[in-house]
Design a protein around this ligand. Structure first.
Ligand code: ATP
Ligand code: MG
Length: 421
């Protein structure tokens, strides 16, 4: 038997309805806030991710699925969506019409991480991006939208962690202070961090190795190094989160696993997930549009981990699992042919109708109707065809109704729809 690839998974009927509900609720919430859906490809030139996410990040260093296509060009299965959305915004010069554009997109991402609970190699994200707005109020709006969406989806024990990563004016000062600190403790760092320390010291803060995390507790905090502008910006974020009554926590060690972030950065965590507690992460990435060949326009956004969200959203999805409305039990070849025509017509009319294609006994067909949870059964045999009427049985109430064959599709539909009200 061929099994699926390690770190990949199937989302089966029964569970998939939960995903559909979440996606539907999220999309409509984003549309309420003026976002439009965008769909981007699953593969891009490797260069796009290497340049935007950053060469020294875990993602680019060791997690990307990269391979040469048949002509030798290096392509990569997307590990995240932002780079592609920015590429699309720049490539189609969407800024020319209006620099302010708001997008959301939903789909799979690929990272070759160590598989464990809440961590897969193909996982799903819901992404939101805003271009052309420099005001920190838009960051507040994103966090507000996220937290209220999670509340709507009944995610328990929510916490918004926020931090500021400064800007090109003030980050170098912090970088220098952090480098100095890291140089002094470098013998306590893991080998990856020892290398990162020289090339990109901020990355060290994101290291997941416990011994690194421990020594980093003493590291200088970026908040103490923010320039006036960034300080004001971050203060405004906090002021408005309070106004909107969104509880948050300033987390000085919060950096993101990607290089392009500036100023406000955030993560939504939930206590119900165990070790993989981050259910969404995001922040401002003002330099990325320019870096990818567009004008110097600000941008901000977030990504929700849909696999983790599906695990903690307490929505009742069973009511969205559709049961058959109707089972057509047909006896004899003629009736079978008729039944087949009917189930096709029922499907077109929006009723889920099933039949048995094997011409088994009435008893075994009734058993099957019961097994698949059909709420009604339509019984048809030679005699019914001759008399021009069939019996519709409600499986729950056992009530039976005689339906003229001539109008069977319309009459059954009206009957079942009326009952459902
Ligand atoms: P983590 O710290 O958990 O590794 P990250 O910083 O790598 O997350 P982002 O790149 O910011 O994550 O992606 C946003 C969200 O996508 C995360 O908060 C998480 O919910 C989800 N996510 C990231 N990687 C995975 C994965 N391998 N499997 C499942 N979900 C993931
Ligand atoms: Mg990660």
């Amino acid at each position: 038997m061929i099994q699926l690839i390690r770190g990949f998974k199937d989302i089966l009927p029964g569970e998939v309805e939960r995903w559909q509900q979440i996606e539907k609720i999220a999309a409509s919430r984003f549309e309420d806030f003026g976002f439009k859906e965008i769909r981007i490809p699953m593969m891009e030139r490797t260069e796009l991710f290497a340049r935007s996410i950053g060469e020294d990040t875990d993602i680019v260093e060791k997690e990307m699925y990269t391979f040469p296509d048949r002509k030798g060009d290096l392509i990569t299965l997307r590990p995240e969506a932002t780079a592609s959305v920015v590429r699309s915004y720049v490539q189609h010069k969407m800024f020319a019409k209006d620099p302010v554009q708001k997008f959301y997109t939903i789909g799979p991402m690929f990272r070759r991480e160590r598989p464990q609970k809440g961590r897969y190699r193909q996982f799903y994200q819901i992404n939101v991006e805003v271009f052309g707005v420099a005001s920190p109020l838009i960051d507040v709006q994103l966090i507000f939208m996220l937290v209220t969406l999670f509340t709507r989806l009944a995610v328990a024990d929510l916490k918004a962690h926020i931090n500021s990563l400064g800007c090109p004016a003030c980050r170098p000062n912090y970088r220098a202070a952090l480098s100095k600190f890291l140089a002094a403790i470098s013998n306590k760092l893991c080998s990856d961090c020892r290398r990162r320390r020289r090339r990109n010291p901020l990355r060290v803060l994101d290291c997941k190795v416990p011994s690194c995390r421990e020594v980093l507790a003493e590291a200088p905090s970026i908040i103490d190094y923010l320039c006036d502008y960034c300080q004001e910006d971050f203060a405004k974020v906090q002021e408005f989160l309070k106004k909107l009554q969104i509880p948050f926590l300033v987390d000085k060690r919060l950096v993101r696993g990607l290089d392009y972030y500036t100023r406000t950065t955030f993560e939504i965590q939930t206590g119900s997930l165990g070790a993989q507690s981050a259910v969404a992460g995001g922040g401002r990435y003002d330099g990325l549009v320019k870096m990818l060949g567009g004008p110097d326009l600000p941008a901000t956004g977030f990504a929700i981990g849909l696999d983790r969200l599906a695990e903690v959203a307490e929505i009742r999805h069973s009511e969205f699992i559709r049961m058959p409305d109707l089972f057509v039990a047909a006896l004899g070849e003629q009736s079978q042919d008729k039944a087949f025509e009917w189930i096709c017509q029922f499907g077109r009319q929006g009723l889920v109708a099933e039949m048995d294609f094997e011409d088994r006994s009435l008893k075994s067909q009734m058993k099957r109707a019961d097994k698949i949870g059909a709420t009604h059964v339509l019984i048809v045999g030679d005699q019914e065809l001759q008399e021009g009427a069939v019996i519709l049985r409600n499986m729950l109430t056992k009530e039976q109704t005689l339906i003229p064959i001539k109008e069977v599709v319309d009459r059954v539909k009206t009957y079942i729809k009326r009952e459902a009200q």
